[in-house]
Design a protein around this ligand. Structure first.
Ligand code: HPA
Length: 306
């Protein structure tokens, strides 16, 4: 079954057979246009998703669909270049499967990266948002990765999602990020897509407290916390969502809508990819600097709760 323990274990065992006795403790999932992060790996080897039991080949441009492993700043890591999204028609369990496979392989810390649209004017394209929290809209509407029978081998029925994004790792990332990324913490709203949001939807998300919006990450983060993994979430802002109207003031926003978008609406996935690829090198530097902290799990923040 999609996302079952047996499926995740088969994938993990297949990967273990390829890794030659090395157990990576750090996993990284690359968002749209961020596959170039693997250029930081030494001695990289890879396998296409099509070869890994139960992994789905990537169907989205900007997602290579490969598992890559190697050393990041001397630390063994495993990288997923591409992810499954709900908008591709995958069920939530399929979104969780690669995260579960990595955990069974031995990963204790997962870095989730994505490209996202800004919902607030001061948060600009090219900036890095360090996830402080998320709003899982598909999950809240019954399409979450943990819906269905709970397998206790993965984690508890009711995992706690407070401090889901590890505060210590976030603080370290904030301190170590290249200044050119103008890093800041914030809240990511996950939607199912694939249509970009309307201006009214952006207004809604902003009023809910979100700073950025994207079509991934929340399901993976939920699966990871269920498993007790430590999570760092990084959103590269590639565009102003819905073209840049981003104010809580209704009149100001209507004025901005009349004036037209201040920053071009991405509307095109290609524009998102271009923006992401340009900043990937800076995020790469951040990950190299963070590698020793990612590998050293000295402050467990396990998700199990009452
Ligand atoms: N909306 C949703 N997902 C996205 C966006 C956006 O504006 N940009 C990149 N991913």
């Amino acid at each position: 079954m999609e996302g079952s323990y047996e499926a995740a274990a088969e994938a993990a065992n297949w990967l273990r057979g390829r890794l030659g006795g090395v157990t990576p403790r750090v996993g990284l999932i690359c968002g749209s246009g961020l596959g170039g992060l693997v250029a930081a790996l030494e001695g990289a080897q890879s396998a296409p998703y099509g070869d890994v039991p139960h992994f789905k080949p990537a169907s989205v441009p900007g997602h290579a669909g490969r598992v890559v492993w190697g050393l990041l700043g001397g630390i063994p890591v495993i990288v997923l270049q591409g992810r499954s999204h709900l908008y591709e028609g995958h069920g939530p369990a399929q979104v969780a499967l690669p995260v579960r496979a990595l955990a069974l392989l031995g990963v204790h810390t997962l870095v989730l990266t994505n490209a996202a649209g800004s919902l607030r004017r001061p948060l600009r394209p090219g900036q890095l948002l360090l996830l402080r929290d998320h709003i899982d809209l598909p999950g809240m509407a019954g399409n979450g990765v943990l819906v269905g029978p709970n397998d206790d081998r993965f984690g508890p029925r009711f995992p706690v999602m407070a401090a889901a994004y590890d505060p210590a790792l976030r603080r370290a990332a904030l301190a170590l990020a290249p200044p050119a990324l103008r890093p800041r913490p914030g809240v990511y709203a996950g939607v199912s897509g694939p249509a970009y949001e309307t201006p009214a939807e952006c207004r809604l998300l902003r009023r809910l407290g979100a700073d950025a919006v994207g079509m991934s990450t929340v399901g993976e983060a939920t699966a990871a916390r269920h498993l007790g993994l430590r999570v760092l979430g990084l959103s590269l802002i590639t565009n102003m969502a819905a073209g840049g109207g981003a104010s809580d003031d209704e009149e100001e926003e209507e004025e901005a809508e009349r004036a037209g978008p201040e920053v071009a609406t991405p509307s095109e996935h290609a524009a998102v990819l271009e923006a992401a690829e340009g900043a990937a090198v800076l995020i790469r530097d951040l990950l190299v600097a963070l590698a020793p902290l990612l590998a050293n799990r000295d402050s467990p923040t396990k998700g199990a709760g009452p």
